[in-house]
Design a protein around this ligand. Structure first.
Ligand code: UDP
Length: 310
């Protein structure tokens, strides 16, 4: 049994992590300032022995009383729409928030895991993306606030590992989807599913030929826990290696929902990566992990969730 601090604990991934950790007998201190997280994601955990919630912005100094065995830093706006609306908060939580959470882990002699992202590869010129690729990021573009904050987060995590001998993990999370995404999150799967269910047009940005590889949340969480339990300090990609164009995704969503929504073209956002797909050789080798849920099955589960909340 361990006592684990999860920042962003009321968010999409953070709340699923809290569930998984509690289910295996760990204690969880979830910290969230609720700017993109939602109490509804953790409501079912209030009253569960070993679960505590603290409303706090981790870009400010953090203190947690008592023993802590692991600190998992998942707090950040994570949808392009959100980080374009909250550029300064995004930069602060990725930089100051990472520094503060590292400081907590160091003080508690705890294991530290930083939620990094496929966005560190920017608009990648290497395909699929291996962990040794340094990326192609526009530092001053609108997405740079997220990408560069996460690149800084990786750099300072490695510095704490090397200088302070902190036991660290770096995960590069590729597009993940599933229940507890917000209907207004702005990411493509939640947008398409909500639009299809409401009979509104599906908003395809650009010509829809850009690709992403979508991982269902249950698979992602299993990988995250395996990484936490491993001794791996180098970055590890966790995502699905099955690549789809955005138009293919739209077709799947229409098919699963049985919706007759039209497809509507919108301008492609600035610096939108044209392709993305993880090379997961490292995760397979080190963690024995790979995703199991097919996109169609995951979309069915996600549709079930959105039907219940909208
Ligand atoms: N996208 C889209 N329609 C939407 C939302 C997103 O066509 O309503 C596209 C977006 O331009 C990108 C891809 O879907 O090419 C994935 O976008 P998302 O915001 O989910 O995440 P990203 O991978 O860009 O961070």
């Amino acid at each position: 049994m361990a006592r684990v601090v999860v920042t962003g604990g009321a968010g999409f991934l953070g709340s699923h992590l809290a569930d998984a950790l509690l289910a295996r007998g760990d204690q969880v201190v979830a910290i969230d300032n609720l700017i993109t997280g939602d109490r509804a994601n953790i409501e079912h955990l209030f009253g569960t022995p070993g679960f505590t919630f603290v409303e706090h912005d981790v870009s400010n100094f953090i203190w947690v009383a008592g023993e802590v065995d692991a600190v998992l830093h998942f707090a950040s706006p994570a949808s392009p729409t959100d980080y374009l609306e909250m550029p300064i908060q995004t930069l602060k939580v990725g930089s100051l928030g990472t520094h503060n959470t590292l400081g907590l882990a160091k003080a508690k002699e705890a294991t530290y895991l930083i939620a990094s992202t496929s966005e560190v590869y920017g608009d990648p010129q290497v395909h699929p993306q291996t962990e040794d690729y340094w990326g192609n990021v526009n530092p001053i573009g609108p997405r740079g606030v997220y990408d560069e904050a996460k690149r800084f987060a990786e750099a300072i995590t490695m510095a704490y590992h090397r200088s302070h001998r902190l036991d660290t993990r770096i995960v590069r999370i590729f597009n993940t989807y599933g229940p507890r995404m917000r209907p207004d999150d702005g990411r493509v799967i939640s947008n398409f599913v909500v639009q299809a269910l409401k009979g509104e047009p599906l908003t395809v940005y650009g010509d829809g030929s850009q690709t992403r590889s979508f991982c269902f949340v249950d698979d992602e969480i299993r990988g995250l826990i395996a990484l936490l339990d491993s001794g791996e300090h180098e970055p590890v990609n966790l995502g699905s290696p099955n690549e789809f164009t955005i138009l293919e995704l739209a077709e799947i969503v229409l098919d699963v929902t049985g919706s007759s929504s039209m497809i509507e073209r919108h301008p492609l956002p600035t610096d939108d990566p044209t392709q993305r797909k993880p090379d997961i050789t490292r995760a397979r080798k080190i963690l024995g992990w790979e995703p199991q849920v097919e996109l169609r099955t995951g979309i069915e589960k996600t549709v079930g969730y959105f039907r219940s909340i909208i």
